[in-house]
Write a protein that binds this ligand. Structure first.
Ligand code: C6P
Length: 420
């Protein structure tokens, strides 16, 4: 079935945040005697009952291996798996399901591009351009591939406001640049980058554009055709779906021309002792038994988000972020990294005086407030600001202003413990 002929997900009237919260069983738990305040959504979101039940139903009624059997259950599992691919293709507005490859996560998606496209297309004299605000998974694969191919890795610096230095970017993008890989939204600074503009800049010098959408796909509309991205990567677990599955979108002509990333079952058309021929897209890039239940869970997650509407998701988080920005600034000695709320997504990484971020997170945890502390797999950003770590609060569809107030109260407790 073509993507356009899929029935639209059932439309429901807009639920309140209280109704949304009722869909998430884990939000009812208590932590150290306090109701859970889950503010670690940038690391991984919680899951609604609709996702849990879709996966449960699959294991109870539909499980067999996909693309391999001609028996009833294998055909049922295959059709559920491929239906999931169609729903995810529609969510990101891909032109074809052939352009939607299931991987394990954003990290694997980016490695796939670096290894498969990079090994075939990069060599000495070529340049790969990334930015100082990347997550390690959009740095390390390029470091490795540049080492293997002899290409040179360059970085667009960030400003002290936590935004890309556009003057430097224009100077760094040259006809030597073969790839420009960048994040759509920083997981530390919160900065939302102008993806469409950056893709156009890459194309203007003949480079391909690789978009790390790990932090944008869960929180705002993703339209790969409007963005004109060559590759775009994201993870299910940050957008209400299960762990163990992610997506790589790639333009069909680029994917067709690329060699496989991994070899094994399902990715081949024919194997002889003398050599092998590859399967069609997207299977050429899906070696071995895939994460079937997880694909079905991710499809349920994108249906859930589509029912809310991604504009609503973004707006809800923006309101919470504006409120949190104001409330956190009331705390003397607290410094937030990155731009103002109008230019960022729903996360705030901060330092509180000279209290170590791990101590801050531990005290917040005793109050039931879950935040992440550390370098968040983005050490170059922390190096830029000459700090080893930050604490980070991050929001999603189920968070409330009252939870922001609890965060602020817990931060005052941390200050009191350290007496400053
Ligand atoms: N950031 C965080 O706490 P994986 O682990 O493959 O699902 O996602 C990797 C990744 C890639 N890019 C960005 C911008 C990311 O934020 C992440 C994951 C989490 O910030 C876990 S380190």
């Amino acid at each position: 079935m073509a993507i356009s002929t899929l029935p639209e997900p059932p439309v429901k009237t807009m639920p309140s945040v209280a109704e949304i919260r009722a869909d998430f069983p884990i939000l009812d738990i208590e932590v150290h005697g306090h109701p859970l305040v889950y503010l670690d959504n940038t690391a991984s979101s919680q899951k609604p009952i609709q996702v849990i039940e879709a996966m449960n139903r699959y294991y109870r009624e539909q499980h067999a291996n996909v693309h391999r059997g001609i028996h009833y259950l294998s055909e049922t599992a295959t059709s559920a798996y491929e239906d999931a691919r169609r729903r995810i293709a529609r969510f990101i507005h891909a032109g074809s399901t052939k352009e939607v490859i299931f991987t394990r996560n954003t990290t694997e998606s980016l490695n796939l591009v670096a290894y498969s496209w990079g090994r075939a297309n990069l060599g000495p004299g070529d340049e790969v351009l990334i930015t100082e605000m990347e997550h390690h998974s959009n740095i390390v694969p390029w470091q490795i591939i540049c080492e293997i191919t002899g290409a040179t890795l360059r970085y667009v610096p960030i400003t002290d406001r936590g935004e890309l230095d556009y003057e430097a970017l224009d100077a760094l993008l040259t006809e030597r640049t073969k790839v420009f890989a960048f994040t759509a939204m920083s997981n530390v600074l919160g900065t939302i980058n102008p993806v469409e503009e950056l893709v156009a800049k890459a194309h203007a010098v003949g480079a391909i554009a690789v978009v790390d959408a790990a932090q944008s796909a869960p929180h705002m509309t993703t339209d790969v055709q409007a963005l004109d991205a060559d590759f775009l990567a994201f993870s299910s677990h940050k957008m209400l779906g299960p762990t163990g599955i992610g997506v790589l979108y790639g333009k069909r002509d680029l994917l067709e021309a690329m060699p496989p990333f991994m070899g094994g079952g399902d990715m081949i058309r024919e194997v002889k002792m003398s050599g092998s021929r590859w399967n069609d897209l997207p299977y050429k890039f899906e070696a071995g038994t895939p994460a079937i239940a997880e694909a079905i869970g991710l499809a349920a997650a994108v249906d859930y988000l589509s029912n809310l509407g991604m504009d609503w998701v973004l707006q809800h988080e923006r309101e919470l972020t504006e409120y949190a920005w104001e409330r956190l600034h009331e705390i003397e000695g607290l410094r937030i990294l990155g731009p103002g709320p109008e230019r960022r997504g729903g996360l705030l990484a901060f330092v509180l005086g000279d209290i170590h971020p791990h101590d801050v997170a531990a005290i917040l945890d005793m109050e039931g407030v879950a935040v992440r502390a550390g370098h968040h797999c983005a050490q170059p950003i922390h190096d830029h600001f000459c700090i080893p770590a930050t604490s980070r609060a991050s929001f999603y569809i189920y968070n409330t202003r009252e939870e922001v107030d609890k965060l602020v109260n817990a931060l005052y407790k941390a200050k009191a413990v350290f007496a400053f």
